[in-house]
Every structure is written in C-alpha cells, then in structure tokens.
Design a protein around this ligand. Structure first.
Ligand SMILES: [Zn+2]
Length: 254
C-alpha cells in the first residue's frame, strides 16, 4: 500500500496516465541490480532512487581517482582512494532514507553474478568493458532477466534493452557476433565527453522504470547517440541463429 507521504512525494509521476498509483507501486517494489559505480551508474541510480526504487544492489570494486570527478558527480576530492560503491551508496542514501541500498565491494565475476542476478527484476550494466558486458549478458540470459545495457566512449553512446523473460534473444552477444572492434578501446585511453554519461545513464533509468511499470516497448532495439551532432539512431536487432549465448544450439552455462 502506498502511504500519504509517498502519494505526495511521487505525485508528478502518479499524475501520468501511463504510471498512475499502480505503476508507482511497481516502482516502489522493484528490485534493481546495478553493476558498476562510475559515470553511467551516477545518473542512472540518481533517477532510479529519486523516482522511488527502494531495493537496490550495486557491485563495483574500483577506487575513486581524480580523473573520475569530471563525470562521477557524487564524488569529491576528499573521496579519492575510497571504494566507489561505498561512497556512492552513502550519498544516494541521503536522496531517499527509505531506500535499501546494498553495496558490494567486489569484481562482478561469474560466481558473484550467479548469486546476485536471480534476485533482481532488472539488471543495469554500467560497466566499461566488453568482457564484463559479455558475462553479464550471459548470466542475465540464463536467469531470464531484463538487461539494460549502455556504453559511452568519446562522443558516442549506445543503449539496448534485452528482455530475456521469455528465454529468447536477441542478446548482447548477437550484437557483436564475437567480433569486437573496440575491445581495447576505453575511456581511459580514448577519452569520453562528460555529459554523454549523463544522457546514457539517465536513458538507462528511463528504460528500467518503464520495465518496472510494465509499459516498456523498446526491446530488441539498439539506440546509438552521437553527442557531437546531437543525433539518435535506432536499429532493430535480430537474434543470431548461431549465437553462443541465446541460440537453441548454445551450450548451457554453469
Ligand atoms: Zn544472442
């Protein structure tokens, strides 16, 4: 049951026909797993928690560095050297004392993902490398979860939602078909435009909230954003019949 305080706090959402009280209750009861506590996670978590998501787990093992401060706006100079996930959880807690935020200081390896993914309604991939994205995709497919994946590099952002609840692709692996041209590309090496992280992380929150409400309709699309010229492009994704993760011939993952 929604309380009087919640009715007021989330009144602007409740006024929207697409959300209403039932949708806001779904947001309040939603469980979200966020992997990564960097530039995408900051805006994504800020909007999720402000919007009323109360059950969150965040996984990351990085320490805060001076070069993070240009994008990761919840951190300041005094936090340098501390674990990102610990500081971020504390700061986000102030946004909504009712939120139950579980920080996990660890690398999101296969064992940890196998433990944490089954709990979540929606998984947000806010990592910055192909190996992590590929592993998260594999475990989300195995447990039939909804995965909201995003990336940002130089002036280019990508966003895709993979809804595995029916046990079907397409999946992140189909998208790259094992060939990753930017495997070695990273923000540390190639650079990244700061507001791009804000746009792509907010877009992840946009997708996740609509999934919780039950009005999401962007499954199976890849959205590409060019921040330099402010252009969005949308591509339909098809499952790769020989995908090593989601095809019928794929071996089960353990
Ligand atoms: Zn696939």
């Amino acid at each position: 049951m929604i309380t009087d305080e919640q009715l007021l706090r989330y009144s602007r959402h409740i006024l929207l026909d697409e959300i209403d009280i039932a949708g806001q209750e779904s947001i309040l009861n939603g469980r979200i797993l966020v992997i990564g506590a960097g530039g995408l996670a900051h805006p994504a978590l800020t909007y999720l928690i402000s919007s009323g998501v109360q059950q969150l787990t965040i996984i990351d093992d990085d320490q805060i560095e001076l070069s993070n401060l240009a994008r990761q706006f919840w951190f300041n100079k005094h936090d340098i050297g501390r674990k990102k996930v610990s500081v971020l959880s504390q700061r986000l807690q102030n946004l909504n004392p009712a939120a139950q935020i579980q920080p996990i200081v660890a690398k999101a390896d296969l064992t940890l993902l196998q433990q944490q993914v089954p709990w979540a309604d929606v998984v947000l991939d806010c990592t910055d490398n192909y190996a992590s994205r590929s592993l998260i995709n594999q475990v989300c497919f195995q447990h039939r979860k909804v995965l909201v994946s995003a990336s940002a590099l130089i002036f280019s952002g990508q966003l895709a939602v993979f809804d595995f609840r029916q046990g079907q692709g397409p999946c992140y692996q189909c998208l790259f078909n094992g060939k990753v041209s930017d495997q070695d590309a990273s923000c540390a090496k190639n650079g990244v435009y700061s507001p791009l992280l804000g746009i792509m992380g907010s877009a992840q929150a946009n997708e996740a909230l609509q999934i919780l409400v039950g009005i999401h309709d962007q499954q199976g699309y890849l959205h590409c954003f060019d921040a330099r010229h402010f252009q969005w492009q949308k591509f339909q994704l098809n499952a790769n019949p020989s995908c090593s993760v989601c095809s019928k011939t794929a071996l089960p993952t353990e």
